[in-house]
Design a binder for this molecule. Structure first.
Ligand SMILES: *[C@@H]1O[C@H](CO)[C@@H](O)[C@H](O)[C@H]1NC(C)=O
Ligand SMILES: *[C@@H]1O[C@H](CO)[C@@H](O)[C@H](O)[C@H]1NC(C)=O
Length: 152
């Protein structure tokens, strides 16, 4: 279901990652882009900047350009997916503005296909900053925050 346009417009556009507290390495912050369209599509890319996770030998489209070990380093750290999203708006009394759910239908990691990413969101600084709150699992139990700045 495509969410109502006036709500979608809060999120629609291109966002760039500025900060995250969900277990990321502060020395080498990830770079990322997040896109929402008014027709209900979402796409996200998150890439590390730590040089040891960015071997330069592998060339896309040339599987033999580097070792499987170097390719594996890339495979373990990069995230890219697309899908549709839906959202609900929370009551004024709630901490966040709403909850957006990404339904992943294309992903670089096969086990992500069919998964849902649920993020509480709040629009800040007159629409220029998007704060996502995510539930963490495993050792980072709790919630993490991911901040994005509007590019357009
Ligand atoms: C998102 O908001 C809902 C409603 O307030 C809340 O129940 C839920 O715990 C929140 N999720 C996170 C990750 O904070
Ligand atoms: C994470 O939280 C869940 C639910 O509160 C709990 O059952 C689990 O033991 C916690 N895991 C860790 C590693 O703290």
């Amino acid at each position: 279901m495509v969410p109502p346009q006036h709500l979608v417009k809060l999120l629609a556009g291109a966002w760039t990652l500025i900060n995250q507290t969900n277990g990321a390495d502060p020395t080498y912050p990830n770079v990322g882009r997040l896109f929402y369209t008014t027709s209900g599509q979402v796409s996200a890319h998150v890439v590390p900047t730590n040089p040891s996770w960015r071997p330069q030998s592998p060339i896309y489209g040339e599987p033999d350009s580097s070792t499987d070990a170097e390719w594996a380093i890339i495979g373990k750290r990069n995230l890219a997916y697309s899908g549709v999203f839906d959202m609900v708006v929370l009551d004024e009394s709630e901490y966040d503005d709403g909850i957006v759910t990404h339904h992943l239908d294309i992903a670089n990691v096969p086990s992500l296909v069919g998964k849902r990413y649920v993020r509480n969101f709040t629009i800040m600084e007159e629409g220029k900053v998007l704060r996502l709150r995510v539930k963490l699992t495993g050792q980072n139990n709790g919630t993490g925050l991911i901040f994005w700045r509007r590019l357009e």
